[in-house]
Design a protein around this ligand. Sequence first.
Ligand code: THU
Length: 131
Amino acid sequence: MSSEELFTAAKAAMERAYAPYSRFPVGAALRCDNGQIHAGCNIENASYPEGWCAETTALGHMVMAGGKRVSEVAVVAEKMPKIMPCGGCRQRLSEFVTADAKLHLCDVNGVIETVSFASVFPRAFDMEPGA
Ligand code: THU
């Protein structure tokens, strides 16, 4: 299963972004350890702090589909090559990622760098450390 497939899902999600305030569309896609892909876009709100990120939408789709563990994440933003998940989304993702989860950094043409999730979010807050 290729990272390109995950990128394609993230990019398609970005096309659905509701970002009339920032004009900064973002798409994210997660691959579960069962192989399923779940994607999401950012969804903004006139009350600015009530909007949320693409990664958060994707996590909601995953949980509702019964997904448990995330083994790969791809994020894309047309205005920012190699966009990184924000700190809040790293914490949300950390709840579900496998120990060896990968993060694919993209531009609009595809994956341009792959890093481990652990390298970008070490020592996450965790109510059950070591569990
Ligand atoms: N955004 C995301 O969707 N994911 C991130 O990881 C960073 C930021 C969104 C939130 C907001 O709608 C827009 O990008 C500008 O901050």
